[in-house]
Design a protein around this ligand. Structure first.
Ligand code: ATP
Ligand code: LTN
Length: 344
């Protein structure tokens, strides 16, 4: 008897962003820029993870508007819907169903340990922290494992969630037999953890905005983006060098932004700024590069959103493609877990 082998397929990536606010330059450099590059090397699935965005208090009308906006920004940042599958997570019920099934094989201790849960829970009244916030990483694991993704391009803050996804996939495979591909994190060498401009001790975030000068948004007009960079918190020194010193985190962050946007080496960047007169010169150049980075994204965004039905149509096509892959995995999971098949 000949051995049956799984059919050969291209390596896959899957990733997503929550429609929980305005996309920042951190989201672009940590995630979307990698997606646009890797879509040429992998069969790619990019979803707007709306089910994740409801794990903290939110407004329904804003969620709906942001879901479309985030999808349009994926395309504006260079995701090509002709080669990548772009869809909305809640359009594929398999995500919620697999999340439930995986919840039943996830030890609670793994979830209580997650730093994102601890951080986000600490910011709310204890009684208003939802069970969904605790289960958030299980839903993320379901997103990834449904598509049998080989790699997951994300920023550095998602490392721990990826580790949990891998542990969960291994546990499932061990309990029920080989089912899931074990995914690898794909974290960019530069720009994986952009810090807040108003407080370089914390991550730049789209939903936790401490002041008007916290983040540069992808849709900020050029003068606003420039003003935010010019006001970025630095220190009282003048040396323009990469540094791990927490006292110098502000300047380091500006240099990392420059590094991630230009793709130049750290040596070349330090040499370039060796003759600068002070942080003002650095800020001016970072702002120039930033505005040049945002300009084509914004132009494409405005072009794409002239007709909202265009985005909705693409999302329908994306969902149709994603559904086939997701349902095939879900069928296998149901069988492995011992569910009786419904007669059709
Ligand atoms: P929220 O504040 O709503 O929790 P967020 O801004 O952290 O959101 P997510 O939707 O959670 O954004 O993340 C989307 C992607 O962007 C993830 O891959 C994440 O790692 C990446 N990312 C988010 N913030 C940054 C940042 N400051 N630097 C680099 N990458 C980031
Ligand atoms: N938790 C992720 C968002 C996310 C995600 C995913 C990322 C949800 N599902 C699947 C990669 C793959 C975050 O960035 N906060």
């Amino acid at each position: 008897m000949s051995e049956t082998r799984p059919p050969q397929r291209n390596k896959r990536v899957l990733s997503g962003v929550q429609p929980s606010g305005n996309l920042t330059i951190g989201n672009y450099l940590g995630a979307l820029k990698q997606w646009a590059r890797e879509q040429h090397n992998y069969e790619s699935f990019f979803c707007v993870v709306d089910l994740h965005a409801i794990t903290v208090p939110y407004d329904p009308a804003t969620l709906r508007a942001k879901t479309r906006e985030v999808a349009a920004l994926y395309l504006a940042c260079g995701i090509d819907p002709a080669i990548s599958t772009v869809f909305v997570q809640s359009h594929i019920p398999a995500h919620s169903e697999l999340a439930w099934l995986l919840n039943c094989v996830t030890p609670l201790g793994w979830l209580y340990r997650m730093t994102q849960f601890k951080d986000k829970a600490a910011k709310q009244q204890a009684e208003s922290v939802s069970a969904g916030l605790l289960n958030y990483p299980v839903l993320m694991a379901a997103d990834i494992l449904l598509y049998q993704a080989d790699a997951v391009p994300v920023g550095d803050d998602q490392r721990q969630h990826l580790e949990l996804t891998r542990d969960l996939a291994q546990r499932f495979n061990h309990l029920f037999g080989e089912t899931f591909t074990i995914p690898e994190p794909m974290i960019p060498p530069a720009g994986a953890r952009i810090r807040a401009l108003d407080d370089p001790t914390v991550k730049m975030s789209k939903s936790e905005v401490s002041s008007e000068y916290h983040a540069v948004y992808l849709l900020d007009p050029p003068d606003k983006a420039r003003k935010k960079i010019m006001r970025a918190v630095t220190d009282s020194g003048r040396e323009i060098r990469f540094s791990d010193d927490p006292e110098r985190a502000g300047v380091n962050n500006l240099l990392e932004l420059y590094e991630a946007m230009t793709g130049e080496t750290r040596e070349a960047i330090e040499a370039h700024f060796a003759t600068a007169r002070g942080y003002g010169d650095l800020k001016k150049e970072v702002a120039d590069v930033l505005i040049a980075t945002l300009e084509p994204i914004q132009a494409r965004y405005h072009e794409l959103t002239r007709d909202v039905s265009y985005i909705d149509g693409l999302l329908a096509e994306g969902a149709a493609r994603a559904r086939v892959v997701a349902n095939a995995t879900l069928d296998l999971v149901r069988e492995r877990m011992g569910f009786l098949k419904a007669r059709t």
